[in-house]
Design a protein around this ligand. Structure first.
Ligand SMILES: [Fe+2]
Ligand SMILES: [Fe+2]
Length: 167
């Protein structure tokens, strides 16, 4: 059983993961539109992972006899000025998600909710990986600059990214 407070926070996190999926699909569409299939592939897979995160929250809430309250999901940004902006936005968003996960962990500790604390550890680790992954591509993008052959190679590298096995 979870408290009303934890249920509310997990619900918000569930909706936030859905928002993440929509944001990444929006960025995916921006790259599809420019025929940058590798970058589009990267964000398509990110969106799929975010859906899996949402469903992990959804399933956990029910496992602990909570109830999911579907609410509206905010509309994501749909226009991006550059490849760099899309990745910077994505990093800023992940940092926000990390903060909100940490906040729920803190509340779970305060409430002595060890089950939710344990459940959220997977997300704590996942956020470290997500931020590192995007920072790595941002570093590469900054090295690429205006060099179109280097951009071609990076796009090609990202086109080979495969979906991670569901955990
Ligand atoms: Fe996520
Ligand atoms: Fe994420």
């Amino acid at each position: 059983m979870i408290t009303e407070n934890i249920q509310k926070l997990l619900n918000e996190q569930f909706i936030r993961e859905l928002f993440s999926a929509n944001l990444y699909l929006s960025i995916c569409s921006y790259f599809e539109d420019q025929e940058l299939d590798g970058f589009a592939n990267f964000f398509r897979l990110q969106a799929q992972e975010e859906m899996q995160h949402a469903m992990k929250q959804f399933d956990y809430i029910h496992q602990v006899d909570g109830k999911v309250n579907m609410t509206a999901v905010d509309a994501p940004q749909t226009e991006f000025s550059s490849i760099l902006e899309a990745f910077e936005l994505s990093l800023a968003h992940e940092q926000l998600v990390t903060k909100s996960i940490h906040q729920i962990v803190k509340t779970a500790i305060e409430e002595g909710d060890f089950a939710t604390h344990a459940f959220l550890q997977w997300f704590v680790t996942e956020q470290v990986e997500e931020e590192a992954l995007i920072k790595n591509i941002l570093r590469k993008l900054k090295m690429v600059g205006d060099n179109s052959s280097a951009l071609y190679l990076l796009n090609d590298e990202l086109s080979r990214r495969k979906p991670a096995p569901a955990e």
